[in-house]
Design a protein around this ligand. Structure first.
Ligand SMILES: CC(C)(COP(=O)(O)OP(=O)(O)OC[C@H]1O[C@@H](n2cnc3c(N)ncnc32)[C@H](O)[C@@H]1OP(=O)(O)O)[C@@H](O)C(=O)NCCC(=O)NCCS
Length: 328
């Protein structure tokens, strides 16, 4: 371990004493990018941090809390000035994720970020991880420089799009041969196959597509019914069908992290450029019956016609996050 003294240098995160300082560091480093979910995570970290040594009572070193918060900090004269979090991906278990890479501004450019990353990679190698991945804004030049120097390669981007106010859009008639209809339970398997064809392999490696994601559970139906009864927006699931095959899906769900709605659009490669805007207009029409917005979307860069359709309907790009991976 690259340890200079007990008060300066690198050491593993100690959740029972570091959480408050790590939360402060993350908040100052990512101030522009934190959404409701990010602030909720910081609140949770601070609350856990206040437990101090009692945190061990929550479950000991092998518990979820401790695994979630594993990684390294960098100290200067006893103060935490750098952090990296290293977690095992939920599935498959030989892939790892690096996050919360941050160095306090006065200490940047001295090699601390690189040393933290090297320690994280070493840790994953020690646990027999097969690869390590992370997400970074595509305009974050210092971070991209460090990651590329350490052998990370860009896989694909996720464009974060936002529409603050929905103006009721006209619905376009579907193209000849394309039918738009509600998603039925019997569509689950074909929807899964559509997603497998539509999502780039590199993205599926990081987030494997599973059939269960396309099943609408009784709980979801009940939740939608209750939302409707309470005058709040229920989910919408529509499919586009051509030649009796699913070629597109659009879903709209309430998104607590933005107090608005989240639209997800999936289009088969053969139908790209043909159905995106039609599906999105239906989705915005649904939202406009219940609220004025905001509406957000997270759309992959490997489907540029999808990004263009969102933008043509008034969405603006907030940021683009690039997934990078290094195989070990
Ligand atoms: C990214 C970050 C962690 C890097 O930490 P750091 O301690 O400054 O990193 P290092 O000193 O090890 O390396 C910085 C490298 O970036 C280079 N760099 C600095 N500014 C740069 C720029 N504008 N464009 C390209 N490279 C740049 C430096 O020259 C250095 O490279 P070198 O070692 O080859 O000379 C730090 O900038 C940070 O905390 N940023 C805010 C939070 C953040 O964005 N985290 C990443 C989230 S994915």
């Amino acid at each position: 371990m690259h340890r200079r003294s007990a008060l300066s240098g690198l050491r593993p995160v100690d959740p029972s004493r570091d959480l408050g300082a790590v939360a402060d560091l993350i908040q100052s480093a990512f101030a522009d990018d934190l959404d409701e979910a990010g602030y909720a995570m910081l609140r949770e970290m601070r609350a856990l941090g206040r437990l101090g040594p009692l945190l061990w009572w929550v479950g000991g070193p092998a518990s979820g809390v401790h695994q979630m918060l594993s990684g390294f900090v960098w100290l200067e004269e006893g103060k935490i000035v750098g952090n990296v979090t290293v977690t095992r991906a939920p599935y498959p278990g030989d892939r790892w994720i690096i996050s919360n890479v941050a160095v306090a501004p006065p200490y940047r450019g001295r090699g601390i970020g690189r040393r933290l990353m090297e320690a994280a990679i070493e840790m994953v190698c020690g646990r027999r991880g097969r690869s390590v991945a992370l997400q970074v804004r595509d305009d974050n030049d210092p971070a991209l420089h460090v990651y590329r120097a350490l052998g990370f390669q860009g896989l694909f981007g996720t464009v974060h799009l936002r529409l603050d106010r929905v103006v009721v859009p006209e619905t376009l008639p579907p193209r000849d041969g394309i039918r738009i209809r509600p998603f039925a339970s019997s569509d689950a398997l074909t929807a899964y196959r559509l997603a497998c064809a539509a999502i780039d392999q590199s993205a599926q490696d990081e987030h494997p597509v599973r059939p269960a994601q396309f099943e609408v559970t009784v709980e979801q139906r009940l939740g939608d019914w209750l939302r409707k009864m309470a005058g709040r927006m229920p989910s919408l699931r529509l499919v586009a069908e051509g030649d009796a095959r699913l070629v597109g899906i659009v879903t709209v769900q309430a998104a607590a992290q933005v107090s608005g709605s989240l639209i997800t659009l999936t289009v088969h490669p053969n139908a790209r450029g043909l159905i995106e805007e039609t599906l999105l207009r239906h989705a915005l029409n649904h939202v406009s019956r219940w609220s004025h917005g905001p509406v957000v979307a997270r759309h992959p860069t490997f489907h540029p016609a999808g990004v263009a359709a969102f933008r043509s309907l008034g969405f603006r790009t907030e940021r683009t996050l690039l997934w990078m991976r290094r195989d070990l």
